[in-house]
Design a protein around this ligand. Sequence first.
Ligand code: NAD
Length: 472
Amino acid sequence: IPVDPFDLVVFGGTGDLARRKIMPALFRRCAAGQIPDGARIIGVARHGHDAESYRALIAESLRGEGADPCHLEGFLRRLEYRSLDATRSEGWDGLGIGMGQGVRAFYFSVSPDLFGALAERLHAHGLVTPEARIVVEKPFGHDLESARALNRVLAAHFREDQIYRIDHYLGKETVQNLMAVRFGNMLFEPLWNSQYVDHIQITVAESVGVGARGAYYDNAGAMRDMMQNHLMQLLCLIAMEPPAKFDPDAVRDEKLKVIRALDAVKPHHIVRGQYADGEGCGYRAEVGDPRTTTETYMALRAHISNWRWAGTPFYLRTGKRLVARSSVINVMFKDAPHSIFGEEAGRHANVLSIRLQPNEGITLKVTIKEPGPGGMRLVDVPLDMSFAEALGPENQNPPDAYERLIMDVIRGNQTLFMRGDEVEAAWAWTDPIIAGWQARGDVPKPYECGSTGPGDAELLMKRDGRRWQGIN
Ligand code: NAD
């Protein structure tokens, strides 16, 4: 279904994110017939292009999409270009020329240092209409103080319902499925509490290293780059109370309550790691700093002090250059309280695994009788469902997160975007952990590329009589 005509301005329109994610997402929505003829997409960068050379640049980025020439032509027709510098006033009045009365969205795909300047210029040049909205990329701040400062700057020019803070994890089809699985089924919710759940594991493992993002990453680390935002969002969706309805504030209110109920994490419940110098693989060599103590891995044990989860730990881990790329949530149920089959049948507990990527789907480990005449022995088998298989071949390639999120911006639906208070609460939980490392001069534990992370992460579990589920 096409949306109403809109104007979308992409600041940073020549940048890496615009070329790799934003423009391909818009192109695919356009090819799917969702972007009407009257819509305009305006790439903005400091200099170096005119409309023709900009279209050629974007056409080049779309080549990998296997773009049908007819679809490509249709998309490029909607694409325009302007040169503007966020830090200077010249040329801004021209940006509004030709803009319609409908939705106008300004995508800030530039360094966060420029967010304030962009917001001020848009306002000063009369471009902020009641239907205007802005999209801001991560990272949203570096700590609580900077996130608050950013929220203040944006709030000076935009209402909260005009600000769309992207966490692209929330746009992933399978992450949204977490809510469908939890709240669309009667089966799980009654068991979804500390009475039946022993603990929950959330793993976001990457097999790649920092690549070309070394300069940014070395200032951030796994805590700021992944834990504070993506893993925190997964934790919220898994742990929150059922919202009254699937509406932006109802969902975000419940997520915020989870973050606010998190206890401070004890230092001995945190493991930091860094992939070590090995053959052709080492973080320090990659970022060109032999002494950097930035973590490329971290694991921690979190507690949510509320009625539902008191006593059920949440183990979160994320890292780069691990054995496989895999994002999965494992809900580890408690053992049956009593085994009627005697000790020799062994201890068995159900595990619900929700795979976010790759091979998206759900597996429930159930216990059945081992076949054969040898008495009552038990064995665990998977009840396995892959979304692609279950939903048919037409759903093999679900829309990319950016497609969903950008169209939500145009439609004005903030459910899958972070609210200012949520981001601040997440930093309030993260800051003391980072301050503790700094105060103690903490050095991350080395781990081998292609491994499951530092040995201390296994110990974190072992001390509690538990162990991590496999990464792949
Ligand atoms: P980039 O350096 O590749 O591109 C920056 C863009 O900003 C360029 O188009 C440049 O012309 C423009 N620009 C720079 N200074 C400007 C100024 N004074 N006025 C107007 N335009 C100016 O950056 P990127 O990797 O595309 O990242 C953009 C944003 O997205 C950043 O906030 C980044 O943190 C975020 N982000 C990027 C990625 C990624 O994979 N690249 C992932 C997540 C978030």
